[in-house]
Design a protein around this ligand. Structure first.
Ligand SMILES: [Zn+2]
Length: 189
């Protein structure tokens, strides 16, 4: 089992949360940019098969979080792969205090986009569909136009290889992620 060393990540000075590896940190303030993927860090992640949360190599399973549509033929994930522990952390299932505010809640506070912002995940707007957690040994990156971005602006997306296991998460009445366990479900890993 790959260990996710998220505890070694720097803490965002504003949110007090570990800043994921793929998020840029403002060197002046120490504030992490949780909403956007840093393009250079994302390229490193893909090249060296790293975890988006801790930045260490993923040895066994690349774990993706996203919309169930990502599992349809030709579907893709908009969030980069993580260690399993990193994905559980992002959803607030290890410790609600360190959840990712943009992954773990049904609704998130929004602010108007600023010039130069990249809208990484338009599905963040409004009520969320259940999220899936997909385990795969392989993936390939792709490029998609940025919704609301400048003409020609693209972002990296992630096409999963064979998915060996899927876990599904809904949201409780407070908006927190909760795993939905299907009757008779069995782990295949
Ligand atoms: Zn990790």
């Amino acid at each position: 089992m790959d260990e996710c060393r998220w505890r070694d990540r720097p803490l965002c000075t504003r949110r007090g949360l570990p800043v994921p590896f793929v998020a840029a940190v403002d060197p002046a303030t120490g504030e992490g940019d949780f909403r956007h993927l840093d393009p250079e860090l994302t390229a490193r992640l893909v090249k060296f098969r790293l975890c988006a949360v801790c930045g260490d190599p993923v040895i066994a399973w690349h774990v993706f979080l996203g919309d169930p549509a990502a599992l349809d033929p030709g579907g893709y994930f908009m969030e980069p792969p993580m260690h399993e522990q990193g994905a559980l952390l992002a959803l607030g299932l290890i410790d609600q205090a360190t959840r990712c505010p943009f992954m773990a809640q049904a609704k998130v506070p929004r602010r108007p986009l600023e010039t130069g912002d990249t809208l990484v995940a338009p599905m963040y707007a409004g009520p969320r569909r259940p999220q899936v957690m997909a385990y795969t040994r392989h993936y390939r990156p792709g490029k998609m136009p940025v919704i609301g971005g400048a003409p020609g602006q693209v972002q990296t997306v992630f096409y999963p290889g064979t998915v060996a296991r899927v876990r599904t998460f809904g949201f409780d009445e407070r908006g927190w992620a909760v795993e939905e366990v299907a009757a008779g479900a069995q782990d295949v890993l």
